[in-house]
Ligand binder design. Structure first.
Ligand SMILES: [Zn+2]
Length: 560
């Protein structure tokens, strides 16, 4: 391809709405162009990278025996009957000319399951894993970060169907290995992370997170054993405390005008960890008090999982609701004064002695509270993991909190969809059984932006060889010198003959502009045809290592 003929434009300035490096660079280097909020045009260079990522994903899926097909993106709304409430406004809904409710697919569990139900009847046809690569649609509240959170995005989604759990486990393992190979080939620095199954049920799930300081997800990571888990999921290990502490009698203390924990800390001359934190929730209409040490945070996902409710349905209790359980907002204490309420405590509370808590009365606290004074239904893992906690896997390393961009997710769904949609097969004994199911996603367009997030410098993008839009960029330094054009054309033709993907910058632009663009677009091998062209000498620059050397142009061609 010749740049003069390509639909291509670069920009010196990043778009005003761009916060992430990847968003800025992809727009500036002419890979994507905003069409409207959260919707992008893949320009010719961007499309080439996207196709390369798709092909790597496709190769690895095919290698483990997955079968590709393509589901419609526009479907009748009844396909999603099970989840129409869950999707709510995030689903694009429309009507056809006859008023029939339609939608744009946000994900395809139901569509695949219905197709499998129609086509598979016997255990002899199982297991099977189907996949597709294509557009998905979500009406994001706040589309942002370029391709990272867009309304229209490209995903690979795969769905596997099985006679039993053992078969599902096997395909899940294959998929995990395939995902590692894919992200390795994409040149991504990532961690597989134990994810939260939430109220979704299922028996296992892992996310693949690209390490990035601008990632939206927080991960608890152990550098000692490489354990990684979503902070919502990461188990906290508590060493039981063996200290013998003399328990003092509980006393009520007047604490007027103390609005903050800081004021109380000073008043009592104690530390934050000597206080009992009581957070009152309304969980689907049921009032729940969650307790933890004063310096800790309640992890609401853990609480929701314990209660068997969706984390979204947990709300802070109102002042009236707190009154209804016999207490006062800001002064909640977990003793027998509380009525009609479930009290659960973080396991670490068991190690507390002579602590302070609210007295269920305005402007009063209890001092020297001990476990015997509390009314707690159960002590469970309820707090958020923090930096420095002991690793729950190796029990040796200290947890670090890192950030990541989720680019893949694999999930054992069990019979959640197959049961609801009556997707069954006949087993060896002719008995009808519900299939086991797994689902496996990769954010293809998101992986593209994650890759730029990890591979760039102040001059622009630095593509890994595997997904660069072209392998070689040949630049004519001074287009007014015919000999430079001729040598460049010879290199271009010779490389094309060898099936090397080569781009020739033959634009009638200054050398400065072309050099800047060459570094901005990030093709890994740059060949500059300049002043020494009459002697057949050209300059070679490796964009990845930064190394520059002069070569006779035929030697450059031979390198590839
Ligand atoms: Zn560890």
């Amino acid at each position: 391809m010749k740049v003069s003929k390509m639909f291509f434009k670069t920009y010196r300035e990043a778009p005003a709405d761009a916060e992430l490096t990847s968003h800025k660079l992809l727009v500036r280097a002419g890979y994507i162009k905003k069409q409207s909020a959260g919707i992008y045009i893949y320009m010719p260079l961007g499309l080439r990278v996207l196709k390369k990522i798709e092909n790597i994903v496709r190769e690895e899926m095919d290698k483990i025996g997955c079968v590709e097909l393509s589901m419609p993106k526009l479907m009748t709304e009844d396909v999603y009957a099970l989840r129409i409430e869950t999707f709510g406004n995030s689903m694009f809904r429309l009507k056809d000319r006859n008023g029939k409710p339609m939608c744009l697919g946000p994900t395809h569990e139901e569509a695949f399951t219905l197709a499998v139900k129609d086509n598979i009847t016997s255990y002899k046809q199982l297991p099977i894993t189907l996949y597709q690569i294509g557009e998905k649609f979500r009406d994001e509240v706040r589309p942002r970060f370029g391709l990272q959170r867009a309304k229209e995005f490209i995903m690979k989604d795969a769905y596997s169907y099985h006679v039993d759990q053992a078969s599902l486990d096997e395909v899940y393992e294959d998929m995990k290995q395939a995902y590692c190979r894919i992200f390795d080939r994409l040149g991504l620095d990532y961690v597989p992370v134990f994810a939260d199954n939430g109220a979704m049920g299922g028996s296992g799930s892992q996310e693949f997170m690209v390490k990035s300081t601008v990632g939206e997800d927080e991960i608890a990571y152990c550098p000692h054993c490489n354990y990684a888990a979503n902070v919502e999921k990461a188990e906290v290990v508590v060493q039981s405390c063996m200290d013998k502490v003399k328990e003092l009698p509980m006393e009520k203390v007047h604490t007027p005008n103390m609005k903050t924990i800081q004021q109380l800390v000073e008043y009592f001359g104690k530390e934050e960890k000597d206080f009992l934190k009581a957070v009152v929730y309304n969980a689907d209409g049921k009032i729940v008090v969650a307790l933890c040490r004063g310096d800790r945070e309640i992890e609401e996902v853990k609480l929701a999982n314990y209660l068997g409710v969706n984390a979204d349905s947990l709300a802070m209790a109102t002042h009236e609701q707190i009154q209804s359980i016999g207490s006062v907002a800001g002064f909640v204490g977990a003793n027998t004064q509380l009525k009609n309420v479930l009290v659960v405590a973080d396991q670490e509370v068991k190690n507390m002695h002579n602590f302070i808590m609210g007295a269920n009365e305005f402007d009063y606290h209890y001092e020297n509270v001990n476990l015997k004074d509390l009314v707690v239904k159960e002590y469970i893992d309820l707090r958020k993991i923090v930096k420095g906690d002991v690793c729950p896997h190796c029990h040796t390393g200290k947890i670090e909190i890192i950030r990541g961009i989720e680019v893949g997710h694999i999930f054992k769904l069990g019979t959640r969809y197959t049961k609801a949609l009556d997707c069954k097969f006949l087993d060896e004994n002719g008995k009808s059984q519900v299939m086991q199911m797994g689902c496996y996603g990769i954010g293809v367009s998101r992986a593209l932006s994650a890759c730029v997030e990890q591979h760039n410098d102040e001059k622009g993008i630095i593509w890994p060889e595997s997904i660069a839009p072209y392998q070689v960029l040949v630049v004519v330094a001074n287009y007014k010198e015919q000999v430079q054009n001729d040598v460049a054309e010879q290199i271009y033709n010779a490389l094309q003959k060898k099936n090397v993907e080569v781009l020739l910058d033959d634009r009638k632009e200054s050398a400065g502009i072309k050099f800047k663009d060459a570094e901005l677009i990030g093709v890994p091998n740059i060949v500059i045809v300049g002043r020494k062209a009459p002697d057949g000498i050209v300059e070679y620059e490796n964009r990845i290592t930064g190394q520059k050397e002069e070569y006779v142009w035929q030697d450059i061609v031979n390198r590839f």
